[in-house]
Design a protein around this ligand. Structure first.
Ligand code: ATP
Length: 288
């Protein structure tokens, strides 16, 4: 299993700042993700969450440090890493079945799939994943005939087809309504119970991060760096009632507070609190 450990070691990433200089977006970021672990990443807007995920996907290159998956250095995209993005990335002209199997066609064209039996095994797997995602009666539907949640279920099935060692999810439920998100949370928890997969999951939603993650990584911005890594005390079997548990609520509050403190928006929040208190006092005076 050690060949599946994801090591992010002292990673540094800079981008042009648009004024002829460079801005450091990630500074000395190190993280080790164990096989089968579900790690969620949160932090203020612009702290480098997506950049970190893109580096692990091999879509970007770091100026410093190294990322390893097992004993291989990550320097380009590969089938050992699946990716699911926020915005639906399905091909509108392909059905559910064809979308899930798209990478098969690609693989076959590139002669990566060598035998008939390997191909038929993958086709069986595609059907099994579609079923696991509750889409067996939608196999021949096109994306525009599906809800947003269903489209993301197809995207997850497609990303899992080649059994990636790591699944990278960038705000996958960010565009869904609250109710659909809740359903998706429990669906992917069940999915990964059946099919253990290492996951790195970026989100803005602290509740989502705490509910799904074995560990929650808080990134601080300017430059993006690890503020803290928090182990979630609850076991893997999670039910919606957990979201109402006082301990869960407390942890959620602490994580929110960390984001707030590191975001540099503390002054703004204090101002809002002062104005709210002032408003209440004025209302009280007017009522007397
Ligand atoms: N290709 C790029 N060129 C220049 N700057 C970039 C590029 N991609 C990202 N950045 C900058 O890097 C910083 C981090 O961006 P990133 O998208 O990783 O943050 P994030 O934490 O995912 O943000 P959000 O939560 O708002 O999605 C931002 O300041 C962004 O403007």
């Amino acid at each position: 299993m050690s060949d599946q450990i994801l090591h992010i070691e002292s990673v540094e990433k800079r981008y042009p700042d648009g004024r002829g200089g460079q801005q450091t977006v990630l500074d000395n970021v190190s993280l080790r993700v164990e096989p089968g672990e579900f790690v969620t990443v949160i932090g203020a807007s612009g702290c480098g969450k997506s950049t970190l995920l893109r580096l692990v996907a091999g879509l970007e290159h770091a100026q410093g440090g190294v990322i390893r998956l097992g004993d291989r250095v990550v320097d380009q995209p590969g089938a050992d890493r699946g990716m699911v993005f926020q915005h639906y990335t399905l091909f509108p002209w392909l059905t559910v079945k064809q979308n899930v199997m798209f990478s098969l066609e690609l693989g076959a064209n590139m002669r990566a799939i060598e035998t008939e039996s390997e191909l038929s095994g993958l086709v069986d797997r595609a059907y099994a994943l579609i079923e696991m995602m509750g889409l067996e009666d939608r196999r021949d539907h096109y994306p525009n005939q599906l809800s947003g949640g269903m489209q993301q279920r197809v995207a997850i099935a497609r990303a899992l087809l080649s059994r990636p060692r790591v699944l990278l999810m960038d705000e996958p439920f960010g565009a869904l309504d609250a109710q659909t998100r809740e359903v998706m949370h429990d669906l992917i928890l069940q999915l990964f119970a059946v099919e253990p997969t290492t996951v790195m999951f970026v989100t803005h939603d602290v509740e989502e991060a705490a509910y799904l993650g074995d560990r929650v990584v808080v990134l601080a911005p300017h430059p993006g760096r690890i503020d803290g890594i928090h182990h979630m005390a609850w076991g893997r079997e999670r039910e919606p009632a957990l979201k109402l548990d006082p301990e869960f609520t407390k942890v959620k509050g602490q994580l929110t507070e960390r984001i707030r403190e590191t975001s540099g928006m503390e002054a703004d929040h204090k101002l809002i609190e002062r104005m709210t208190a002032l408003g209440r006092r004025m209302q009280g005076n007017a009522a007397r």
